[in-house]
Design a protein around this ligand. Structure first.
Ligand code: LLP
Length: 421
């Protein structure tokens, strides 16, 4: 459920007509709903009721500080994957003890910054990385809390580019080697083992792969405890999918996921951390764009928008589907038109949808891409010297620009010209 509904024929974000925002901000832009963000966070938080837990929002999904503050106010922790994300989470006021640091290639500098600024734990992805964390911690006279990310060799049954839990993927340490790696960790004076981490992929639409992975984690927990390690925390990653196509069957709900977690791992008495990104932000955001032209091709009609692949790369990158709806509610029963929906960037890949039947539109009309809140704005670029797309946050009947559109001048002035030119 989200808060982007038609009211009196106009698509609204909560109580604000999207067209009003467009008139003030221009197009294209991303628009998030506070109520939806909050609702989705709470769904996860409540799904783990009765278990000691922390929901660490995977901020890579949508990392604007206004979004982070909204979630942090509800008690969210953050999952960060870079020094930049760590700094952003801190800037948004998230305390270090609620930040977990994931990612396959944490640098010396990033580790130093996180240890100095406060960190809940590092999710370690390799032995060389563990060595650097140990070294940096010792140089600061500290012990770094860590989990080891294990790769359970489970097929997440999702798009190949976002599956992470198979042995051929670059992530984690093979679960078969985990005991050896934990034994090594225990011998390092700058390392404090606190738990186990696993994340098998994103946009999972079934519970079974999670369950298979978590069963392996449960087994490993017992084995590591028997080896003398104090495994008290399990980070289960993110990955629960969202319904991108309203017509399709919906993925499992957070409450079902939470139930499965309790059944699979509850007996261990560990604190549970989860790192959802997409499910919190995805349906809490839309991308709004304007129709520039409708062009007659030989055998098709092209709907040419002012938004492009640099603003929303998911269709080009993962063949992702986003529902696209007119901002002005169509008349009931109006005959649909079939379009190829494209942006103005000079690449055939700049195609959002092919052969999509939708209500007939005309130049100047606004359309909204649904389910664009996660991995939308954060993956945007200035390709073709198109200004980085702005972001707007709605709260009830108010809205605010939370990242303005840069002017051409601002963009161009970021280049510096060498002396010899
Ligand atoms: N934890 C870790 C360690 C991750 O790598 C990710 C996502 C998450 C949590 C959050 O997963 P989520 O709950 O959002 O599925 N750009 C792609 C998705 C990349 C996901 C990368 N890792 C897309 O647009 O579909």
């Amino acid at each position: 459920m989200d808060h982007f509904l038609y009211q009196d024929g106009a698509l609204c974000a909560e109580d604000v007509p999207v067209a009003e925002i467009a008139a003030q901000v221009g197009t294209p832009f991303y628009c998030y709903s506070t109520a939806t963000l909050e609702r989705h966070f709470r769904l996860f938080d409540e799904a783990l009721d009765g278990t000691d837990h922390l929901v660490c929002y995977a901020m890579k999904a949508a990392s604007n500080q206004a979004i982070l503050k909204t979630l942090a106010a509800l008690g969210a922790g953050m999952d960060v994957v870079s020094g930049g994300e760590y700094a952003r989470a801190k800037a948004a006021g998230v305390p270090g003890e609620r930040i977990v640091f994931s990612g396959v290639g944490k640098t010396h500098e990033e580790i130093h910054a996180a240890l100095s600024g406060g960190i809940r734990q590092f999710n370690v992805e390799s032995e060389p990385e563990m060595a650097v964390i140990n070294e940096v911690a010792l140089s600061l006279g500290m012990r770094a809390p860590i989990t080891v990310r294990v790769n359970p060799n489970v097929d997440a049954k999702t798009h190949a580019k976002i599956a992470t839990g198979k042995s051929e993927n670059k992530f984690g340490i093979p679960i078969s080697r985990a005991r050896e790696v934990y034994a090594h960790a225990a011998s390092l004076p700058g390392i404090e083992v606190v738990g186990i981490d696993v994340h098998i992929g994103s946009q999972l639409t079934q519970l079974e792969p999670f369950k298979l992975a978590y069963e392996k984690v449960a087994e490993l927990t017992e084995a590591l405890r028997a080896d003398g390690h104090d495994i008290r925390r399990l980070d289960l990653g993110g990955g629960l999918g969202i319904p991108y196509e309203r017509s399709n069957t919906a993925p499992p709900l957070p409450v079902e996921y939470g139930q499965m977690v309790k059944e699979t791992l509850g007996h261990l008495g560990c604190e549970i951390e989860i790192e959802p990104g997409r499910l919190i932000a995805g349906n809490a955001g839309i991308m709004v764009s304007k129709v520039i032209y409708v062009k007659e091709g030989e055998d098709r009609q092209f709907m040419i928008l002012d938004g492009a692949m640099n603003d929303l790369i998911r269709p080009a990158m993962y063949e992702a589907h986003h529902d696209i709806v007119p901002v002005q509610e169509p008349e009931p029963g109006a005959a649909p038109t079939t379009y190829d929906i494209v942006g103005p960037v000079c690449e055939t890949g700049d195609t959002f949808a092919k052969g999509r039947a939708m209500p007939t539109v005309a130049p100047g009309d606004l359309v909204a891409f649904r389910s664009a809140g996660a991995y939308g704005a954060v993956m945007a670029s200035e390709y073709n010297t198109r200004p980085l797309i702005p972001e707007v946050l709605v709260h009830g009947d108010q809205f605010a620009v939370i990242r303005p559109r840069p002017t051409f001048e601002e963009m161009i002035n970021r280049d510096t010209i060498p002396e010899w030119l």
